[in-house]
Design a protein around this ligand. Structure first.
Ligand code: ATP
Ligand code: MG
Length: 411
């Protein structure tokens, strides 16, 4: 059988069960506490007031009128005109004024009391983390009454619970603000990586456009292009357009934070870049492409691998202004630990690099070229590093340049 609970005890249990876990719930908790306080103490009105303007006044956050069972409009009391009441709020845990109009602590409120017909007051300061933040006022209308010790104790419990609700509300707001800041930070990080990616993609898109232009110009030189030539030109154009489309896709994948768990075959990538590599030939460059294996699977998105090889190839072309040989080799071999690795080697017979250049080539915006951006090798480096690969460089002035990139095989 349920043990019998006094009205006050039942009200206390009800109060304690309230938890403010959502912004906006504080108002509901206030209403529930004010209604419960009014019923339990049989008072006409319950007001919940906050200190405001450096504690020089109190503002009513909530005024519950039992006769209408609703919350009423806000009021404010200037504490600078009610010094005794203000001092009493700071000095007392509970302020029982049986005859509010005569009580030295509350008589300064005469105008307010008279306006609402209030005769007796039972006020308790509300504390949040030990600091008074407001006051709950139980206002009795009608013939003056004497507050019992139990009633005073109950009013203090209500005040303590209000302090707890306010604290819960504040904690919730902080927590939500923190979540929002974290969300914004994550968003900023994504935007930053999209920005970096956009710069790289714009750069490499330009490489593809140059190749398209070169291929179209070559066709323009033909006086009487044969159907076979036109067909091969159309195929080249499509291959380059696909390469460009993959670059754009890469940008939108990053914007949508798609995982890049794609496995690509480096052999296929090299072969699909044949068109691109041959657009470098009119500059007097002989291109040699060797695939030393049938398959070279690697856990890197195809568009990234294309970016890597095209950047190395374009740099090689720039280093061989008087002509030369560009060699691209794809293969696989075991490392010293017996692990299968997939590699691509890009060699040129160009001007090579001195030590100073060699040390800085992977830095973003490092360039020795008039119209260069210094983004090509920085992009290569980022892609290889982010996908768990290695990059090696051997170069000397007049001796050409050799890049070797390798990744664990994705077999
Ligand atoms: N194969 C190469 N031979 C000689 N020097 C090279 C070679 N590849 C890169 N470099 C040097 O490294 C620098 C940086 O190369 P990177 O590709 O990052 O930028 P860039 O080619 O100057 O400009 P862009 O952003 O247009 O590619 C080049 O300016 C050049 O000095
Ligand atoms: Mg470059």
């Amino acid at each position: 059988m349920q043990p019998h609970l006094s009205t006050r005890e039942a009200a206390r249990v009800e109060l304690i069960q309230h938890v403010v876990s959502d912004p906006g719930e504080l108002d509901r908790a206030f209403l529930a506490a004010a209604r419960l306080g009014a019923r339990t103490l049989r008072v006409a009105r319950v007001g919940i007031w906050y200190f405001a303007e450096g504690e020089s006044c109190i503002e009513c956050q909530y005024l519950y009128d039992a006769s209408r069972d609703e919350a009423l409009a806000r009021e404010r009391i200037d504490l600078t005109l009610c010094g005794d009441y203000a001092a009493a709020l700071r000095a007392h845990r509970i302020l029982c004024a049986d005859d509010a109009l005569r009580d030295p602590r509350t008589r300064e409120l005469a105008e307010y009391l008279a306006r609402h017909g209030i005769t007796s007051l039972l006020d308790c300061p509300i504390f949040e983390r030990g600091k008074p933040v407001g006051v709950i006022c139980h206002e009795h209308v009608g013939p003056a009454r004497t507050w019992s010790k139990e009633e005073a104790g109950f009013a203090a419990t209500v005040a303590d619970m209000l302090g707890l609700y306010i604290e819960q509300d504040r904690a919730q707001r902080h927590y939500r603000a923190l979540l929002q800041t974290r969300g914004e930070l994550e968003q900023a990080r994504v935007m930053e990586s999209v920005g970096r990616m956009a710069a790289g993609v714009a750069h490499d898109f330009n490489n593809v456009l140059c190749a398209l232009r070169m291929s179209s110009e070559l066709l323009g030189f033909e006086r009487a292009p044969t159907p076979a030539l036109l067909q091969s030109h159309a195929a080249d154009t499509l291959a380059l357009l696909d390469q460009g489309a993959r670059l754009v896709q890469q940008l939108s994948d990053v914007a949508h934070q798609l995982p890049t768990e794609e496995v690509s075959d480096l052999v296929e990538v090299a072969q699909s870049l044949r068109t691109f590599l041959h657009t470098l030939e009119p500059d007097g460059i002989h291109v040699e492409l060797f695939t030393l294996t049938d398959r070279a699977p690697v856990r890197v998105a195809r568009s990234y691998l294309e970016q890597v090889v095209t950047n190395l190839a374009v740099n090689a072309r720039d280093a061989m202004l008087g002509g030369g040989t560009l060699t691209v080799e794809v293969g696989r071999e075991r490392d010293r630990g017996g692990q299968e690795r997939v590699f691509v080697r890009v060699h040129d017979t160009g001007v090579g690099m001195d030590e100073h250049t060699r040390e800085r080539v992977f830095e973003p915006y490092f360039t020795t070229k008039g119209g260069g951006h210094g983004l090509g090798l920085a992009t290569v480096y980022r892609i290889v590093r982010d996908s768990g690969g290695n990059i090696e460089l051997a170069s000397a002035p007049g001796a050409g340049t050799k890049f070797r990139l390798d990744w664990p095989s994705a077999d």
